[in-house]
Design a protein around this ligand. Structure first.
Ligand SMILES: *[C@@H]1O[C@H](CO)[C@@H](O)[C@H](O)[C@H]1NC(C)=O
Length: 389
């Protein structure tokens, strides 16, 4: 009965998604909003580059990584991300939806005020994301998304944070492994999604992510839906292609990039499907062939690939034996969105960018995920993609 009552509330809240309402009983949906306060595209690129450098550093695990020099990455007080309204205790926080990290934490902007449900563990917590960091104290508290509630969820309460202005922190949907060594004296701890399953609120540790490309020139769109506990079968067409998740992130094997009928080569390392990255990164060798084939150039001002004439060929790659295609209308940043990207002028730009030569060199960021439904399935240790409905 409780379940039915909750679902009724959700139906009311996602009324704008009438087509997505027929969901598996075990799934729960909530709307997200995408916000942009970006003044210059170079800030989006710099933020992503710092995040990518952090991933590379984690893989290399040594001080001998070229990209490591981003310790001096600029602090960027700008937001270009998907946010979910998350209630902790009795406060609502706007948290970045991040499948590339696994700690959930608050307090970057709105300060946390402990209520009777909050328990201070006394342990310190610290996470560095490349694009920002936070440190503070780990608490447990009741956490809700649209009335979907788990109790005793491990959450970080930031004492200090950098580069999260305009947001309150992160809700981490990455694998549990990524919580390792973030909280003093604790090796790993369950994520919010795992707590929901353990407490019987949802059936399976599965997250479905439905993003949509921005409409017109909107800089604040309610254009995403998360499904917790399963997939929303109305959100995609055809079937979902799955591949085994590769640790430590939501890693997948991607191969055979192409521009039209021109092969751009194959990925050398696994790709990361990452809602916390904006752009799509491909290996340097693929990137340089892409520039040649598409007649694009690196625009030093924005850090994006620029075209004076819009390309007409599709960009594609193979994932799990299925070809995933972006048409020019999809991989070119819509001119109506230039203000939100901090782009001026009449040239064309793409979100496909240079992922470098060291692993990971391929990141499937949210600009791609706006065209493909994505599934992060801990229960079956796999990642899935399917064309948006
Ligand atoms: C580009 O991809 C779209 C969507 O998959 C497809 O309909 C179209 O035929 C492709 N264009 C070319 C030139 O292959």
């Amino acid at each position: 009965m409780v379940r039915i009552a909750i679902r009724t509330v959700i139906v009311g809240l996602v009324i704008g998604y009438a087509s997505a309402l027929s969901v598996d009983k075990k799934t729960i949906q909530l709307p997200l909003k995408k916000v942009s306060t970006v003044t210059h595209a170079r800030n989006i690129v710099a933020r992503d580059a710092a995040r990518l450098a952090q991933y590379k550093q984690k893989v290399a695990g040594s001080s001998n990584v070229e990209e490591r020099q981003t310790g001096s990455a600029p602090v960027i007080n700008e937001v270009f991300t998907y946010l979910a309204a998350v209630v902790v205790g009795d406060q609502t926080f706007d948290l970045i939806v991040d499948t590339g990290s696994s700690n959930t934490w608050v307090g970057a902007t709105t300060k946390f005020v402990a209520t009777s449900s909050a328990v201070n563990t006394g342990k310190s917590v610290e996470v560095t994301y490349g694009s920002g960091s936070f440190s503070g104290t780990e608490w447990t508290d009741t956490v809700s998304l649209n009335g979907i509630t788990a109790t005793g969820v491990s959450i970080g309460v930031a004492k200090t944070s950098s580069d999260f202005e305009g947001t309150d922190g992160i809700i981490g949907f990455g694998p549990e492994d990524l919580t390792e060594d973030t909280v003093s004296g604790v090796s790993e701890f369950p994520t919010f999604l795992q707590d929901l399953v353990a407490q019987g609120v949802i059936g399976e540790t599965i997250l479905g992510v439905q993003y949509a490309p921005p409409a017109g020139s909107e800089d604040e769109d309610t254009n995403g839906v998360l499904t917790l506990g399963g997939v929303d079968t109305t959100a995609f067409t055809g079937s979902i292609t799955y591949t085994t998740a590769i640790d430590p992130w939501w890693g997948v094997d991607v191969s055979d990039f192409a521009f039209g009928s021109t092969s751009l080569g194959t990925a050398t390392a696994s790709a990361i499907v990452d809602t916390g990255t904006t752009l799509v990164y491909v290996p340097s060798s693929v990137y340089s062939k892409f520039l040649t084939a598409s007649k694009g150039t690196l625009d030093e001002d924005t850090g994006l690939v620029k075209f004076t004439k819009a390309p007409t060929s599709n960009f594609s790659f193979v994932f799990g034996g299925t070809t995933f295609t972006l048409t020019p209308a999809q991989y070119l940043i819509p001119t109506a969105q230039y203000d939100n990207w901090g782009i001026t002028g009449s040239d064309f730009y793409t979100f496909i960018n240079d992922g470098g030569t060291e692993a990971p060199d391929t990141i499937i960021g949210f600009t791609f995920l706006e065209f493909y439904y994505s599934v992060f399935d801990t229960t079956n240790n796999r990642v899935g993609l399917a064309p948006n409905a």
